[in-house]
Design a protein around this ligand. Structure first.
Ligand SMILES: [Zn+2]
Length: 231
C-alpha cells in the first residue's frame, strides 16, 4: 500500500510542478514581451530626433525665402528711387541680405547632414526592434508549445493517478490527500535514522519500529506526515 502511495505522491508532485509551471507562463510571457518596450522607446526617440532636424530644415528654408522676398522688395524699390545714393543704400541692403542667405544655406547643408545621420539612426532602431520582435515571437511560441505539452502530460498523469488511486484503501487515500493538501510538499516522508524526513524532529522508537514494519499508517506526531521506512 505504501508503495502505491509513494507512486501516487510522485505523480502528484509532478502534477503540482506542471501546474505551477503553467501558472508561471503568463508572467514569463510578459517579461519576454516587455523587452520590446525599450526598443520601441529607442525608435520613438530616434524618430523624434529626425523630426527635429527636418523641422529645422523647414525653418531655415522659410528664412531663406523671407530673405529672397526682402531682396525682391529692395529691387523693386530700386526702380522707384530718384537718387544714386538711395539706390546704393538699397544695393548695400541687398548685399547684406544675400550674405544672410549664404549663411543660411551653409547652415542648411549642415542640418541636411544631420538629417542623414538621424535617418540612419531611425533605420537602425527599426532593424533592432524588428529583430527583437522576431526573437520575442519565437520565445512566446516556444512557451505556447510548452503549455500544450504540459496539458498533454497532465492529462496522462491524471489518468495514471486515477488508476493508482483505485487500488488504495479509502482511509489511506483520504488521509494522504488531507496531508498533501495541508503540507503541499510531501505527505509521505522516510524515517531518517530516528528523525522525521519531513520536519526533522526526533521520533519515538516505537514509531520507528512501526514504520519499519510498514503494516499500518504511522504518522509523525509533530507534522502529521506519513512515515515510511527506507531500507
Ligand atoms: Zn514530522
Amino acid at each position: 500500500m505504501l508503495e502505491r502511495l509513494l507512486i501516487l505522491q510522485e505523480r502528484d508532485r509532478k502534477i503540482a510542478k506542471l501546474n505551477q509551471e503553467t501558472a508561471d507562463i503568463p508572467a514569463r510571457k510578459e517579461t519576454i514581451q516587455s523587452r520590446l518596450e525599450a526598443h520601441r522607446e529607442a525608435l520613438q526617440k530616434a524618430q523624434e530626433g529626425l523630426k527635429v532636424k527636418q523641422l529645422a530644415i523647414k525653418e531655415t528654408e522659410g528664412e531663406i525665402q523671407a530673405c529672397q522676398e526682402k531682396i525682391a522688395k529692395y529691387r523693386n524699390q530700386q526702380f522707384q528711387v530718384k537718387s544714386n545714393d538711395e539706390y546704393r543704400t538699397l544695393e548695400g541692403e541687398i548685399e547684406g541680405v544675400e550674405n544672410q542667405i549664404s549663411d543660411l544655406e551653409d547652415r542648411e547643408i549642415g542640418i541636411l547632414d544631420e538629417v542623414e545621420s538621424e535617418k540612419k539612426n531611425v533605420a537602425e532602431k527599426e532593424g533592432e526592434l524588428k529583430e527583437e520582435e522576431r526573437l520575442v515571437a519565437e520565445e512566446v511560441a516556444a512557451l505556447d508549445t510548452r503549455v500544450s505539452n504540459i496539458e498533454a502530460e497532465l492529462h496522462d498523469l491524471n489518468i495514471d493517478r486515477e488508476n493508482y488511486s483505485k487500488d488504495i484503501e479509502e482511509e489511506w487515500l483520504s488521509r494522504y490527500e488531507r496531508i498533501m493538501n495541508h503540507t503541499r510538499d510531501f505527505a509521505l516522508v522516510p524515517v531518517e535514522r530516528d528523525t522525521c524526513g519531513g520536519c526533522h524532529m526526533k521520533i519515538p522508537p516505537h514509531l520507528v519500529h512501526d514504520a519499519r514494519k510498514g503494516l499500518d499508517l504511522v504518522l509523525c506526531s509533530y507534522c502529521g506526515r506519513i512515515l515510511y521506512w527506507q531500507p
